[in-house]
Design a protein around this ligand. Sequence first.
Ligand code: 5GP
Ligand code: ZN
Length: 122
Amino acid sequence: MSDNCIFCKISRGEIPSKKVYEDEEFLAFHDINPAAPVHLLLIPRRHIDSMQDVTAGDAGWLGRMMALAPRLAAENGCNPGPQGGFRVLVNSGAEGGQEVPHLHFHIIGGSRPWKGRVAPNA
Ligand code: 5GP
Ligand code: ZN
């Protein structure tokens, strides 16, 4: 937990969010500024700044977090099958494009075009 972290505040319910999933370990909600028809953020409730801080000891919870991505994508409007799909994006550190320093997976999908920061490789 980190007192001034916006995603910790969202996890604690101190900042409202449009939740799509929650359990003891994780929370997923709609990105406030979506760049595609489906744009979710999946976060661990435990505070960790970024993937730069991940080590082998994090494999368990990180694997469970990764395994949630296809389920959340399917349940929230990403198209199925090889012609559909989704992108998992994990910006890490300033040079990695990360703006909120609480590790999060962007789960991005839906019919293209996508815009802005997720448009490259369209
Ligand atoms: P980053 O650039 O750190 O990878 O992504 C941070 C994401 O968090 C951005 O896509 C931004 O739109 C989203 N975001 C920032 N503040 C909030 C907020 O208060 N609520 C929600 N739902 N999303 C936020
Ligand atoms: Zn945090």
